[in-house]
Write a protein that binds this ligand. Structure first.
Ligand code: ATP
Ligand code: MG
Length: 183
């Protein structure tokens, strides 16, 4: 599984539809301060089901919607689409019947978030589970926020263990056990 494309529309500073092709191998994003580099990483986290406003540097989930600028009015929704190349067929069961997975998350003011996988409505939980074992989820240590390294150094042993568990790929098992216990 690998990300092959990221599309944003009304997400944070990306008010106009933006379409980024993500090639194989390493991708670098460069630009002046405030141009939106961190917002791109947050868009990735968000479309994978991130629900903590703090992880989005906001006070509420609707803060990801373009808030307006001197020359443009605020938007009413934000949408992020991620394409996943699943040619290696490593997606978890339930998502593994095609070479291509398209995930869309849209948030509308006063309505909330809605998710689709390959055009079908799904729950946030389904999208989170899709990534839970792939070491790519919204909490994944593969996504390192600005300032996170110093936080890691100062973390309490328990939270450091959680990060290591995620890196080892076993946090998906915990989530599945938790789901099973709820049923
Ligand atoms: P740095 O190099 O300083 O880390 P960066 O390229 O990572 O900068 P970001 O933090 O991604 O920049 O982008 C910050 C910009 O996004 C700011 O100009 C901020 O006003 C804008 N921004 C954030 N949220 C919104 C929003 N909801 N609506 C409009 N603009 C927003
Ligand atoms: Mg930044």
């Amino acid at each position: 599984m690998r990300f092959s494309r990221l599309k944003l529309n009304g997400f944070k500073s990306f008010v106009d539809p933006t379409d980024l092709i993500i090639g194989a191998g390493r991708t670098g994003v460069v630009g002046p301060n405030g141009c939106g580099k961190s917002n791109l990483l947050e868009a990735l986290r968000w479309v994978m089901g991130e629900n903590r406003p703090t992880a989005m540097r906001g006070g509420g989930m609707e803060d990801v919607i373009f808030a307006g600028a001197s020359s443009r009015g605020a938007r009413n929704f934000a949408e992020v689409t991620i394409h996943i190349d699943n040619a290696d067929r490593l997606a978890p069961a339930g998502f593994n019947d095609s070479d291509h997975i398209e995930i869309v998350r849209r948030i509308t003011r006063d309505v909330g978030s809605a998710y689709q996988v390959n055009g079908k409505d799904v729950r946030a939980r389904d999208v989170q589970m899709l990534f839970a074992d792939a070491s790519t989820g919204s909490h994944s240590p593969a996504l390192v926020r600005q300032g996170q390294i110093s936080e890691l150094i100062n973390a309490k042993p328990k939270s450091r263990r959680r990060i290591l568990e995620e890196a080892a790929g076993i946090s998906g098992l915990y989530q599945r056990r938790h789901e099973a216990e709820l049923k």
